[in-house]
Design a protein around this ligand. Sequence first.
Ligand code: ADP
Ligand code: MG
Length: 574
Amino acid sequence: MAIKLLGDDVASQIAAGEVVERPASVVKELLENALDANATVITIRVDGAGKKLIEVSDNGAGIPFDELALAVARHATSKLSTAEELFSVRTLGFRGEALASIGSVSKMRVVSRSMDETAGGKIEVEGGGPSRIEYSGVPQGTVITVEDLFYNVPARLKFLKTDATERSAITTLVSKYAAAYPHIRFDLIMDGKRVLQTPGKGDMREVLIQTLGLDIAKRMLEVQQDFPFPIHGYISPISLTKPSRREITFFVNGRWVQDPALTSALVQAYHTYLMVGRYPIAFISMSIPADELDVNVHPAKSEVRFRKPDEIFTSVQRAVRRALMAYSPVPMMAIPQWNKPGSSGMSQPVESAPMLWGQDEEVSTEIAPGFPLQTAIPEARASLLRVVGQIGAAYIIAEGPDGLYLIDQHAAHERILFEKMQTSLASKVNRQSLLVPVTLTFDAVKAAIIAEQLDVLDQYGFNIEPFGPNSFRVAEVPAILSGVDPEEAVRVLVEDFEENETPLANLREAKLIARICKRAAIKAGKTLSMTEMEQLVRDLQTCESPRSCPHGRPTMIHLSVETLERQFGRQGSR
Ligand code: ADP
Ligand code: MG
C-alpha cells in the first residue's frame, strides 16, 4: 500500500483512542471541563453504563457563542497558548483534545451560555462529522450530552467490560472528584436513580461519608500539613485495612494521579503495623508548585512526573506518620516525646525507642511538628511490667503502672522474633550450625523451587545443599531460629516461594520473615514458666513496635485502672 495522509476523521478516531477508552474516561474529561469552568454545581447523568447516554451539566463560565465551533475542534483550547505554559498550568485540561475526541466517537451535543451573553448556543457533532450550530435560550453554564458512545467504533464497544464494571468505574471516578472538591455539589444519577449527592459545603469528611459509608468515614484519621506544601486528607487507622491498594487515592493539584511510587510511600508510612497483604484506605489531596510537576505525560493526564519525587514522598510519609501517631489506637500508651535538646545531638543517630507503657510528665501526647518520632529512653525505664501469671496457656497477665495488661504470648513472640531477625538481616545473619544436619525430601515441584532459591535461602542464613533426588541437607539455620524445627522453617519458606509466581521479584523481606516468625513463635497452648514469661515480656518491651505482631494483630490488651474502676462501678470513688 502506498503512503498517504490519513483523513481527519481517521486521525481523530486514532487520537480519540488515547483519551476516550471507556465511558468513565468521557465522564472524567467532562468533569474536568466543568471544574476548569469554575462550576459550583455539577450534575452527571448516565444511562446504560454510559454507552447510551452521558450528560454533564454545570453552572460554570460557559462557552461564548462564537467559540462553540472551536471548542469541539482538535487542539483548540482556551487554557494554554504557549508551550512554556505547560509547566504552569492551573487548569485540569490543556490539550484541547477531549471534546474533539469524544465528538469523533459518539453523537455529542454542547449547549452553553457564557456569563456575559444573553443568548446561548447549541452545537452538535456526530462521529466527528461537520457540526451544526444554532442559537438556543439556555441558562448560564454548559450541558454536554454524549449519546451512543463508540457507535461508529464497534471494536471499542467489544473491549468494554460488563455494564456493572463500567458503571462502577464511573461511580468511583465521580466519588473521588467529589471528595477532592468538597466545595462543589456533585450529583450522579444512573438510569434514573441517584447514586451520589454531595452537599458541597467544603467538608471532605462529609463527602467521604457519602462515598465510603459512615462506619468507615468516621474512623478515618485526618492528615493535615501546611509545610513544605499543603497536604490534606484522611487515612484509615491500622485497624482498618483492605486487601488491595485500590482505595489509596491521591490528588495532586486537583488532579487524580495514579502513581505506584506515591502509593508505596504512603503504605511504608504504616511500617510494620499492617498485616501482610493488607493496605490502608487513604484519600490525600496535595498542592505543590505547578513548576514542580509535569502533567503532560499521558493523554489521559492521569500520570504526572514530579521534579523532586523524594521530597514529595518524604513529606507525604511524614504527614501520614504524624496522623497515625497522634491518633494512637491505644490511648493509654503515651506517644514518645521527641529528643530533648542535648540528650542526643541532631547529628547523632536517634536511638529507636521502646514504646512507653505508662505515662509521666515528661511525655507529651502531642507530637511537635517536624520532630523525629523516635526518642531515646533510658534503659532502666523500659521494664515496667510485672508478670503475674498465665491464663489459658495462651495469655500472660502482667501488671503495669497504670493497670492490667493481657499479652498474647504467640503474637508477642512473633513480634520479638520479627524484630530480631530484621536486625540480624540488616547486619550479617548469625548462623547456627546444626549438630546433626537434617535431610529433607520434597515433592518434585517443591524441590525444584528450593534448588532455584538456594542463594536466597543462603542470604537468610540457611545453608542448604542438594542431597540426592528431591532431597536437601540443611546444615545451618539462622541463629534466632535455633530453637525451631529446621524442617518447619524450610517448609514455610518453600510455601512462600510457591505462592509467588516469580519468587525472586516478590521476595519481600518483611513478608517472608513475618511468615517464618509466625511458625517459629511460641504457640498458644504452651505452658510457660515464670522465667520464660518474664523474658518474653522484657524482650517485648525493647521492641520498636511492641503493640502489634508483624501481621498487625495486637500483642496486648490494656485495661487501665480507670476502666477497671468503671467496670466495678467504683468510678469517682478515688
Ligand atoms: P481542554 O480542556 O484541554 O482545553 P477540551 O476539548 O476539553 O480541551 O475543551 C475545549 C475548550 O472548550 C476548553 O478549553 C474550554 O474553553 C471549552 N469548554 C469545554 N467544556 C467546557 C465547560 N463545561 N464550560 C466552559 N467551557 C468549556
Ligand atoms: Mg478538557
